[in-house]
Design a protein around this ligand. Structure first.
Ligand code: HEM
Length: 278
């Protein structure tokens, strides 16, 4: 297999998505979450964090509680790394997110290779840069503004909760947001807006929002999108207009995966932002 054949890698990722004995029969959602958490540590002021370097391989970042469960995603991808040793983990993890979104009938997301794995260990971002689901709109804004996103992009990105589920043994929350959690759509926004949500303690004692019969759930941060008027405008638009949501999600997710990735003339990313600026 020729080095640089990203289409071959894409095909291998697609083949690994159906997983009959895992969750809803799909590795797709957890792959999207891996791509997001690998990228969402970015801090635009210091230029640290982001997907370059796949720094979640280091214990410091892997042990951030927010990353609980992402070892499953990494395990699903490991045979592909073995099959295509020329691709960096950083490229593989982000590409897997893009392929998974598309596989689950979401939009095509622009993706560029060039991330490198040998980022200095001193640039591993500290714990606590990812959002805390128990909090409200101020927290959401401070986390996503730090990465360089605006209110509209925050809501678009949150639409990824159309996919997958919460696991009591990973985050303490439990359940899926939508009835068909392996198919990308704007159902999350429709349900957020039009269902009745009740604050309840789940079976491990964590407070979350559930629908009447406890089948679907929302996180406190999901509910904050409804309570905050500037966020809510976008929830309403995306519930109404699926095409608009797909377009905006593709743009924002593509931007997320690029955060902190600065390429030199040969298309390879610099080992870290600070050096790239010299
Ligand atoms: C799952 C929190 C934004 C994609 C989860 C879970 C939590 C969470 C607590 C459950 C983890 C588990 O128990 O397995 C948050 C918070 C966010 C946020 C607080 C922002 C305020 C995002 C964004 C994306 C995303 C921006 C992607 C663009 C996902 C996906 C899952 C998930 C796909 C399902 C994973 C699975 O099924 O294993 N999120 N998230 N989230 N999140 Fe988010």
């Amino acid at each position: 297999m020729a080095a640089g054949d990203y289409n071959a890698v894409r095909e291998a990722i697609k083949k690994t998505i159906p997983q009959s004995s895992y969750d809803d029969g799909s590795a797709g959602p957890v792959l999207v979450r891996l791509a997001w958490h690998a990228s969402g540590t970015y801090d635009k002021k210091s230029g640290t964090g982001g997907s370059n370097g796949a720094t979640m391989r280091y214990k410091l970042e892997a042990s951030d509680e927010a990353n609980n469960g992402l070892e499953y995603a990494q395990k699903f991808l490991e045979p592909i790394k073995q099959q295509f040793p020329w691709i960096s983990y950083a490229d593989l993890w982000t590409l897997a997110g893009v392929v998974a979104v598309e596989y689950m009938s979401g939009p095509k997301v622009d993706w560029k290779p060039g991330r490198v794995d040998d980022v200095d260990e001193q640039y591993v971002p500290p714990n606590g840069r990812l959002p805390d689901a128990t909090q409200g709109q101020d927290h959401i804004r401070s986390i996503f503004y730090r990465m360089g996103f605006n209110d509209q992009e925050i809501v678009a990105l949150s639409g990824a909760h159309n996919l997958g589920r919460c696991h009591a043994d990973r985050s303490g929350f439990e359940g899926p947001w939508v009835p068909n959690p392996t198919r990308f759509s704007n159902t999350y926004f429709k349900l957020l807006l039009h269902s009745q949500w009740y604050k309840r303690k789940n079976r491990v004692g964590v407070e979350q929002y559930n629908d009447e019969d406890n089948e679907l759930m929302m996180l406190p941060t999901d509910m904050a999108l409804l309570k905050d008027p500037k966020f809510r405008v976008w929830v309403e638009k995306y519930a109404e207009d699926k095409d608009l949501f797909y377009r905006d999600f593709a743009a924002a997710f593509g931007k997320l995966l690029e955060l902190g990735v600065i390429r030199g003339p040969e298309g390879k990313a610099f080992r870290q932002y600070a050096r790239a600026k010299l």
